[in-house]
Design a protein around this ligand. Sequence first.
Ligand code: URP
Ligand code: ZN
Length: 472
Amino acid sequence: MTQTLIKNGRIVTATDDYTADILVRDGRIHTIGKDLDIPSVPQHDASGKLIFPGGVDVHVHMETPMGGDVYTCDTFETGTRSAAFGGTTTIIDFAQQNYGETPKKALDRRLAAAEPQCCIDYGFHSILVEATPEALSEIPDLINQDGVSSFKMYMAYPGVLMVDDAAIFKTMRKAGIHGGMVNLHAENGTVIQVLIEEALEQGNPSPKHHALPRPSILEGEATHRVIRLAELAEVPVYMVHLSAKEALDAVVEARDRGIPAFAETCPHYLFLTKEEYDRPDFDPAKFVMTPPLRNHECQHALWRGLRFDDLQIVATDHCPFCFNENLYGINKSKQLGKDDFSKIPNGAPGVELRLTLLYDGGVKAGKINLNRFVQVVSTAPAKMFGLFPRKGTIAVGSDADLVIFDPDTRHTISAEAHHSNVDYSLFEGREVTGKVEKVFLRGQLIVEGDRWLGSAGMGQYQKRSASGRIMS
Ligand code: URP
Ligand code: ZN
């Protein structure tokens, strides 16, 4: 039997806020109480600190192909270690079907890559790039046996990942009746392609122009369209990386009618705006992610949505490509698009910064309270994707995934200090208050200040129950 005692921390869950001791036994929370004293059990003093349930990041792309031989630059090992330093103890990555491959094969391939490497617990969403009869026929087993209850599809990136409405609808119908949910990257991909070609023809190849062919209205249109399809198919629907007010309006309209439509946004949409594309030279390439950064009106709408639960989750969409070609190679670098912004690999890093940014810019800034903070970074993701109550809360019987957080330390964000392979930060130089001090994964101390105490392969695959069945 292994035991650990965490003393005098201020325990914050999505609903509670009190000071107590936590006794961890064999990886789970065994007792929460006042003045617990158990001789010879290792103790951690958390006086003056906050204790959160470990973060659950439901949108990350580790060692992932993004078209051809272009890959994200974090491995499962480096990406999950980076996540741990940021207070995230569970990720949900993607098992992306290759053309001609079944989703189950894709899952097996990703499980084999993740298992020896992951430093924190992990699950997978399935990505379908073609809804063949064979692929559709695997959905019930994926949900009920493999613990994969969410299916992502792209309405963008024509010729690479995009599927048509028929494929989405077929997948929705199949997933819905078996406890699944469909996650959408909602942008109108074919119209965006027309606008990209026009921009290039007009002699606008620099990354400054990344946002122009991807206007908010095309995210709003796709979001509205796909929610209507979900309504017809009677399946819960989840919008990934929602960025535009027009898209949020479509989610709100559906939710007001009682449709189970859900959405996540990401820290970069909450804290950055399209003015980043005015930076000189190739620097805007760092901010080439899709959807692009939006204007202040959209940002204001996202915060409103987060406060009033029209947005349920903050996830990172960690999709790192180095800015410079370096030891990870050109195929993991933004420099691929030096002469043509449409060739810049889409995606941005951030898996290590989610809790700190949202604590500083959300809680300290008075935009959300502490309970809501825990809700959107841990509890709602766990509930939405079938991991609760094992993950996402601090309760007797739950996994002892715990973050001891210093609410007062001020520090400056820098790529130098983070643990990802990526060579830049979207938030370089930003001063923030609040720092992850210690992280426990199933009771084991894996992060202590700057020290890494975990190991590759200690993360466990999490089979998930039904997705999208939460109503608050
Ligand atoms: O630019 C982004 N978001 N890249 C990751 C792939 C996706 O679209 O989710
Ligand atoms: Zn996407």
